[in-house]
Design a binder for this molecule. Structure first.
Ligand code: ZN
Length: 347
């Protein structure tokens, strides 16, 4: 496995006019790690389908350097037998839930003594998969994919039973070695086929309406969230922060437009503790910006209206209150729509 990598993302200012193209939009302002886990679940499903449907991936699966021929073929037969069950556990409406825990997760180790793990689940199809938040918060997508692929294999039946970590199984000295081999092989396919990227990315999506006197229009704005600490609890997300960012706007006379600028600052992952709630804010402005003239000169921007909503972060707001600003008959109003995680391969 790769060493732990920082997954801080600094996609400053890139805002696109489309809702997240992949990944599941979750309609809450939940922990970013949930969105990352869901993006990784999607990568696992897509990779399982490749292994199932692509004859060369199927034949070559589990050919790992550290396995002998007997282990490789056992590992491959095992996956082909459980693939359907794995996919069923991840079907939309009835999928295995993920739970984040603050406290260490303890399981019984190979020597029978308790040991702390990053993830655990009960044997069998029912029950959630638990993750220790501090253990996974800085893991690279490939490491999380490894982890969830290992855990899901505890939830499917093989030869009428469930595989435990510490039993001898086929040519493998322990269930753990078998499940880890499958997970390593799946991660390898996912990387090679572009199903898992090197980092996580989270986008916050806003649904904005613009009234400009003549009529109304709308735009969906999807902004990359910029994390400011390793715990992924402090972040900024914005639209229209620079003239080149995306975001709702109204064209004016030639070369000028009114843009709606928003910047959310969050330091406590939507915690209701006063320390964090009092530092939370959303800054709004309507700004006139000008396009460069023929000589490349740009007139300075003019801030026409602004407001700071202290203690308010639309991502955390359970009532989903709209926020906006108006100036001289032009009104911008936005709602937080949802957040969506995915992995990306490039910075
Ligand atoms: Zn295990």
């Amino acid at each position: 496995m790769n060493s732990v990598k920082l997954i801080l993302l600094f996609f400053i200012g890139l805002v696109c006019f489309h809702a997240g193209a992949s990944g599941t939009v979750v309609r809450n302002g939940g922990d970013p790690l949930f969105h990352f886990l869901e993006a990784t679940r999607s990568a696992m499903i897509e990779t399982l389908n490749i292994i199932k449907l692509d004859p060369s991936e199927k034949d070559g699966f589990c050919r790992l350097k550290n396995l002998n021929d007997q282990q490789s073929s056992f590992c491959r037969d095992f996956v082909l037998q459980i693939a359907e069950q794995l996919l069923r556990l991840n079907q939309q409406n009835d999928k295995t839930k993920f739970v984040l825990k603050e406290n260490p997760l303890i399981v019984s180790g190979p020597d029978g003594r308790p040991m702390s793990v990053a993830a655990r689940t009960e044997l069998g199809a029912s029950g959630v998969i638990e993750f220790h938040r501090d253990s996974i918060k800085l893991m690279a997508p490939a490491q999380i994919l490894f982890l969830i692929t290992h855990e899901f294999q505890h939830k499917v039946s093989f030869q009428n039973r469930f595989v435990t970590d510490n039993e001898v199984i086929g040519p493998f000295a322990s269930g753990r070695e078998l499940l880890d081999s499958v997970a390593v092989a799946l991660v390898e396919v996912a990387k090679r086929r572009g199903k898992i990227g090197a980092q996580y990315e989270l986008r916050d999506t806003f649904d904005c309406q613009i009234y400009d006197g003549a009529g109304r229009s709308g735009s969906i704005v999807s902004s990359p969230r910029m994390f400011l600490n390793d715990a992924l609890s402090s972040y900024q997300t914005s639209m229209g922060r620079t003239p080149l960012d995306g975001g709702p706007y109204v064209p004016e006379y030639s070369g000028a437009r009114l843009i709606f600028r928003m910047q959310i600052s969050e330091s406590g992952n939507c915690s209701e503790q006063n320390f964090y709630a009092s530092r939370r804010k959303t800054e709004l402005a309507i700004v006139r910006v000008h396009a460069p003239d023929g000589d490349g000169r740009v007139q300075p921007e003019e801030v026409l209206a602004n407001q700071v909503l202290e203690g308010f972060n639309p991502i955390c707001d359970k009532e989903r209150k709209p926020f906006g600003l108006s100036h001289d008959g032009v009104q911008f109003t936005c709602n937080y729509y949802g957040s969506s995680g995915r992995t990306s391969t490039s910075l």
